[in-house]
Design a protein around this ligand. Structure first.
Ligand SMILES: *[C@@H]1O[C@H](CO)[C@@H](O)[C@H](O)[C@H]1NC(C)=O
Ligand SMILES: *[C@@H]1O[C@H](CO)[C@@H](O)[C@H](O)[C@H]1NC(C)=O
Length: 449
């Protein structure tokens, strides 16, 4: 009798464990229904009859703002010297911060850079209570070419400045291609020249609603998209929420950070060759080293997802602090800042944050994304239903093997690998544009079949 009891226990325990794990796995795999989001009002006061006009816009920095900036740059306090023999292990090296500040004060010609930034047609239009700023660049030549509407989105700590070298490649006919793009590049709400929300809740799905409305206002009912960083999160949400408007998406920050994808990543760690080529294995395994690296790089993320306004008060008040905080993210794998970017381009981006005093409102996106209300909406768990391309830049936050991308992007038709970093449009506009053209060519072929 005792032996039978023992055997039934031996069977019962593993079976129950498997049963519980299976239940948990099924729960993780559940795909929530696509939520229906309203046109919420994010501006001050009550919803009012909307002014639908589209107004031309030019950047015009007042002398007062420039004088104040120079005053602050001249009057910075000395920084703690970097520890002997260190580079950026403790955060951006303060010798470099000093170099940046000196350049900004003495070599950066604000009026000339303002002209540079005004080289493309810019507009503002009011959507759901917020003035939304965007570049709208049409192709120079269209004869015999299909002109495809394209929405491109920046992330944090970026701005439309990331696209100034990328745009002309998209709007110039390319040899051997029978299509070219008409580009819309908005500043995300709360970033750059676009207004921030005045009340909580403007996360990526709600931004997706605003930008869908922007495209409809410009009479683009169906359009293509390209994005990285936060832009790519908004882009995925747009494709999930509005597949009737988004034709195809090209992403240079393809990710799946759901619990399911993380568990899969860990399990495949016991046999990496199942999902990732040997030459790329070091990018994600061993698992412990991978998570250590992520942890070391993402302190800012935790702060911004929890208390953005606190660090925001320091960054709003000190241009040196703001530049250090932003530009640390642009340091490349060799510890260099200006090997892949010019100091002018980097400071243009910092200036966009400074003159608009928008660092706090931009950082709030992290907090909005990770509050319970937004997580419960579950948009991240819904697969992107439209044709998707992923350009993987290996010096980026995290490499995702195709097997870990298929849940989120089941329609992944084009994937490419590159050695460069996170700000691809700025760092290697030609590489990104070529990949993007290749992807769209595939999409057009699929449409014709
Ligand atoms: C910029 O603003 C100033 C006043 O602050 C004005 O005099 C000037 O005409 C504006 N320039 C442009 C190009 O709008
Ligand atoms: C910082 O700059 C000082 C002065 O040029 C130099 O002596 C020192 O070695 C530098 N330290 C680091 C860690 O870069």
């Amino acid at each position: 009798m005792a032996c039978c009891l023992l055997i039934s226990f031996l069977v019962f325990i593993p079976v129950s464990i498997i049963f519980v794990l299976k239940k948990y796995w099924d729960k993780l795999s559940e795909i929530p229904p696509v939520p229906k989001l309203k046109n919420e009002w994010w501006g001050p006061g009550q919803p009012e009859g909307e002014d639908n006009s589209i107004k031309p816009f030019e950047i015009n920095i007042s002398d007062e703002v420039i004088n104040d900036l120079h005053h602050r740059l001249r009057n910075t306090r000395p920084l703690a010297p970097p520890l002997e023999g260190t580079r950026h292990e403790y955060g951006i090296n303060s010798n470099l911060t000093k170099e940046i500040t000196d350049f900004w004060m003495n070599k950066y010609d604000i009026r000339q850079r303002e002209k540079f930034l005004n080289q493309y047609p810019q507009f503002k239009t009011k959507i759901q209570g917020l003035n939304i700023h965007f570049l709208h660049v049409k192709p120079k030549e269209t004869q015999g070419l299909k002109v495809l509407p394209l929405l491109i989105l920046h992330g944090w700590p970026g701005s439309v400045r990331e696209f100034y070298e990328f745009i002309p490649i998209l709007t110039t006919p390319q040899k051997g291609r029978n299509f070219v793009f008409e580009v819309i590049a908005p500043s995300l709400p709360g970033f750059g020249f676009s207004d921030p929300a005045v009340r909580p809740g403007l996360s990526s799905p709600q931004i997706a609603v605003i930008l869908k409305n922007l495209m409809l206002r410009l009479n683009f009912d169906r359009f293509y998209m390209q994005a990285g960083d936060w832009g790519s999160v908004v882009m995925s949400d747009m494709a999930v929420l509005f597949p009737e408007h988004v034709i195809a998406v090209h992403n240079n920050f393809c990710m799946d950070i759901s619990a399911k994808a993380i568990i899969k990543r860990i399990l495949y760690g016991f046999w990496p060759s199942l999902i990732v080529e040997k030459k790329y294995q070091h990018l994600i395994y061993p698992t412990k080293a991978f998570f250590k690296r992520i942890l070391a790089k993402t302190g800012y993320f935790h702060i911004q997802a929890t208390k953005p306004d606190t660090v925001g008060s320091a960054l709003s008040d000190s241009p040196m602090g703001l530049a250090a905080y932003i530009l640390e993210k642009f340091i490349d794998k060799e510890g260099q800042l200006t090997k892949r970017f010019t100091m002018e381009a980097l400071l243009d981006n910092v200036m966009i944050y400074w003159i608009n005093n928008c660092m706090t409102t931009a950082m709030r996106l992290y907090a909005e994304k990770y509050n319970k209300k937004n997580i419960d909406l579950g948009v991240d768990k819904i697969p992107v239903p439209v044709p998707t391309g992923c350009a993987r830049f290996h010096f980026d936050m995290a490499y995702f093997p195709e097997a870990l991308l298929k849940d989120k992007y089941p329609n992944l038709i084009h994937i490419s690998d590159h050695e460069q970093g996170h700000f691809a449009a700025l760092e290697c506009p030609e590489v990104l544009a070529t990949e993007f053209y290749n992807f769209i060519e595939k999409v057009l072929k699929l449409q014709n079949n």
